[in-house]
Design a binder for this molecule. Structure first.
Ligand code: SAH
Length: 184
């Protein structure tokens, strides 16, 4: 069996279901951060995952005669491995949910945009319809929002968690763990 398991953003986010799947695994893959979040429950072999199609199909084959768990930070269906690996997805708490909780904004009122390691497009058009919640890394340039006041939500659940509010032109994304919120 192959499971893609969300581990949340903080250690305390691990659900009972995720813990059970992790405990029952014969082999666990994940990023350094995902493996760290789940470390208390891992007793089998663990491996760092490579982010390429060849790795994903190799893991799918490996799971034919083993219980394999692929860990995904946050939720596997939020710019995660859930749509890339053919396994049973176990949801986790996403950085998107944490950011919305901090902002007091409903998920149904935002457009979620992935600008993590990729270029985000049509931001202006989207902003006409919804607030924007952008998964950003250091390469994301917020100055495209000019004089608009925006939020940078950085390093959720980490020691240096920080929320910054200000004019976009005056701000810089400094962490690869940043969510940018722009009001419609
Ligand atoms: N599956 C993950 C998202 C992976 S994409 C989830 O559900 O949260 C990586 C992006 O998620 C980062 O570029 C950042 O925008 C966001 N992110 C992940 N962890 C974060 C954290 N601790 N604080 C703020 N943003 C975070």
């Amino acid at each position: 069996m192959l499971y893609v398991v969300g581990v949340g953003i903080c250690k305390e986010h691990l659900t009972k279901r995720a813990i059970e799947l992790i405990k029952n695994a014969d082999l666990i893959y994940g990023s350094k951060r995902a493996l760290k979040l789940a470390e208390d429950y891992i007793s089998c072999e663990k491996r760092l995952i490579k982010y390429c199609i060849e790795e994903y199909s190799r893991i799918e084959k490996e799971s034919i005669d083993k219980n394999v768990v692929v860990l995904s930070t946050g939720d596997p269906m939020v710019s995660g491995l859930g749509s890339k690996i053919n396994g049973i997805v176990e949801p986790g708490i996403s950085s998107v949910q944490l950011a919305l909780a901090k902002l007091g904004i409903d998920l149904c009122d935002v457009a979620v945009v992935d600008a993590h390691a990729k270029k985000a497009e049509n931001l202006e058009e989207l902003l006409k319809l919804r607030h924007l919640l952008i998964l950003a890394d250091k390469n994301f340039d917020v100055s495209v929002f000019g004089d608009k006041e925006i939020y940078l939500i950085e390093n959720l659940c980490m020691r240096n968690e920080n929320i910054i509010f200000g004019k976009a032109v005056d701000l810089d994304v400094k962490s690869d763990y940043t969510i940018v919120f722009v009001r419609r």
